[in-house]
Write a protein that binds this ligand. Structure first.
Ligand SMILES: NC(=O)c1ccc[n+]([C@@H]2O[C@H](COP(=O)([O-])OP(=O)(O)OC[C@H]3O[C@@H](n4cnc5c(N)ncnc54)[C@H](O)[C@@H]3O)[C@@H](O)[C@H]2O)c1
Length: 330
């Protein structure tokens, strides 16, 4: 979209070299704005943003959000944080710091600049939920001391900070609770179920089902999710969220595996393994609020989203099941 210099925003995206961040940046640039991507490349990759370096409206700074940042921008999307259990459990203390100190630093920046800030929160704030589907007024069922707590509690504390800055300083905040999202550029070995299944199927290795494979998840395609984030950022100032963004259509792990087998044409067989600790049985967003306030709902069907995701994995090198050993689905 062509814009004049005056109608362009300068947008900071933390975690911009990651899976969601890099798609968000593509979208913001396509809308004609400028982007400053800040990332410490812990789980992100320069490869995700290499197509942007010749764009004069794109800048990259290698920086860890646990340290203060002094830049001039008009809007902030705070996405920096490892998102998969394998990656956020690698250094749990750093994961909590990224969520909590990262939120404090970005909120401090937004306060100084008097600019809008959006937090990429997560469905994990609901923990292992006792209500289905989850609405935003459900307070969650979270283990504060388990191996997933660094992520779940870190994100919960970040939400608290966002709402305290809003109440105390009048900051314009937006909080998105993101549910499982998949698509091209997702990590090849992050242990999440979509990438695991695709890699196993393409390698002709057994597809690992945890438990009986009847636990359900809902999967949102990345372009749908990014559209939800942008709509949320652009929503009226009095709408803060939290708002669920995800696809409410549920699939069992076995159904997902079958779709992946069909899309890849693989002859892989299923094997069952024990369920990891604190793995929720079921997770499904209620997106009534997003529909009502943002006019948003996902459009891409799982079988269609899997097509481009499988293509991405086919076109890029992928790891073998050897590399996946010990990793678990989420
Ligand atoms: N992908 C999903 O399904 C999903 C679901 C719920 C929430 N989210 C949230 O969305 C955000 C993006 O997730 P993603 O799937 O793109 O993950 P990702 O790991 O691909 O991206 C996270 C990015 O943050 C960067 N990062 C991590 N720690 C940092 C730090 N201390 N300083 C600067 N950069 C840092 C990483 O290098 C990476 O580029 C995360 O906050 C995550 O919690 C994602």
């Amino acid at each position: 979209m062509a814009r004049t210099y005056d109608s362009r925003k300068r947008v900071l995206v933390t975690g911009g070299a990651g899976f969601l961040g890099s798609h968000l940046i593509d979208r913001i640039l396509a809308d004609g704005h400028e982007v400053l991507c800040v990332d410490n490349l812990f789980t992100g990759s320069k490869r995700n943003i290499e197509h942007l370096h010749s764009n004069p409206r794109f800048d990259f700074i290698r920086h860890d959000v646990t340290f203060p940042l002094y830049v001039e921008v008009d809007e902030i999307y705070n996405l920096a944080c490892p998102a998969s259990p394998v990656q956020y459990q690698h250094d749990p203390v750093q994961t909590t710091k990224t969520s909590v100190h990262g939120a404090i630093n970005m909120l401090g920046l937004a306060k100084r600049l008097k600019c809008r800030i959006l937090q990429a929160s997560t469905s994990e704030v609901y923990g292992d939920p006792t209500v289905h589907p989850q609405t935003e007024d459900y307070w969650g069922h979270v283990n504060p001391i388990g191996p997933r707590s660094c992520y779940d509690e870190g994100k919960r504390c970040a939400e608290t900070l966002f709402f305290d800055y809003h109440r105390q300083n009048g900051l314009e905040i937006k909080v998105a609770r993101i549910f499982n999202t998949y698509g091209p550029r997702m990590h090849r070995a992050d242990g999440r179920v979509v990438s695991n299944f695709i890699i196993q199927a393409l390698a002709g290795e057994p597809i690992t089902l945890f438990g009986d494979g009847n636990q359900t998840r809902s999967f949102c395609y990345v372009s749908d999710l990014i559209d939800g984030l942008v709509r949320l950022m652009e929503s009226p100032a009095d709408f803060t969220g939290p708002v669920n963004l995800g696809n409410p259509v549920e699939f069992t792990m076995r159904e997902l595996g079958e779709l992946v087998l069909k899309e890849t044409g693989s002859k892989s067989k299923f094997v069952n393994l024990p369920l990891p600790q604190d793995d929720p049985r079921q997770r499904q967003p209620d997106i009534s609020l997003a529909k009502a306030k943002l006019g948003w709902e996902p459009k891409i069907k799982l079988k269609d989203g899997l097509k481009s995701t499988v293509k991405h994995f086919r076109d890029n090198d992928f790891l073998t099941s050897q590399d996946l050993r010990g990793r678990h689905a989420s």
